[in-house]
Unconditional design. Structure first.
Length: 181
C-alpha cells in the first residue's frame, strides 16, 4: 500500500512522486476510516497541495452522514463524482431550496449509472445509501476554506435534529420509503 499522510481529522493524502494507484485496499481503508469518523466520512487526496489547480480525491461516506447542501460559486467550480463502490444519491436544488427532480439521481454500478457532473453554482448534496460508499471526486482547485463552499441558507446545520430529518427525507427519495437500504 502507498504511504499516506494524515492532513486533518477528515482527510489523508497520498505522498507519491509520480504515480499513485487506486486499489481495493485503499478504498476499503478509507471506508473503514469513514465508519470510525464521527462525521461518517473521509477524504483521501491524490493531489498533494490545496493550491493545486485540479483536485482529485476519494470520498468515502457512510449512511447517516449529513453533507450540507452547498454550491461552489466564488470562485465558480464544477464538480464530478464517479461511483467506485456502494450507492450514492445525488440531489440538486433550485434557488428556493426545492429539489430539482432532473438533477436527482442514484449512482450505482449495478444499475449502470456511474457518474455525475455538476455545473458551477448548482446547489447540491450527496447521500450514502449503502455502507462503505466510495466515490472518485474531481473539482478545480485551489481549496480555500472560507470561500470553497457556499452553504445553503435554507438548510439546517450538520448535527442538528433538523439535519437528521432532512437526511431521512432525502434517503426516502431513493428508497421509496423502505428503511432496508
Amino acid at each position: 500500500m502507498q504511504h499516506l499522510d494524515r492532513k486533518s481529522s477528515l482527510a489523508t493524502r497520498s505522498v507519491h512522486r509520480r504515480v499513485a494507484g487506486i486499489d481495493l485496499e485503499l478504498i476499503n481503508l478509507k471506508a473503514a476510516e469513514a465508519r470510525s469518523n464521527p462525521r461518517l466520512r473521509e477524504i483521501h487526496c491524490l493531489h498533494f497541495d490545496d493550491s493545486e489547480p485540479l483536485h482529485r480525491m476519494l470520498n468515502a461516506i457512510q449512511p447517516g452522514s449529513f453533507v450540507p447542501p452547498h454550491r461552489h460559486l466564488n470562485p465558480s467550480k464544477s464538480e464530478a463524482f464517479i461511483i467506485l463502490q456502494g450507492l450514492l444519491g445525488v440531489i440538486s436544488f433550485l434557488e428556493d431550496g426545492s429539489i430539482d427532480p432532473e438533477g436527482t439521481m442514484l449512482l450505482s454500478r449495478d444499475e449502470g449509472r456511474l457518474g455525475v457532473d455538476i455545473r458551477e453554482g448548482v446547489w447540491h448534496t450527496i447521500v450514502a445509501l449503502a455502507p462503505d460508499t466510495v466515490v472518485f471526486e474531481v473539482k478545480p482547485g485551489p481549496y480555500e476554506r472560507p470561500s470553497d463552499k457556499d452553504f445553503a441558507p435554507w438548510a439546517p446545520r450538520e448535527g442538528t435534529d433538523e439535519a437528521k430529518q432532512m437526511l431521512a427525507a432525502w434517503e426516502r427519495l431513493f428508497t421509496g420509503g423502505r428503511s432496508d437500504s
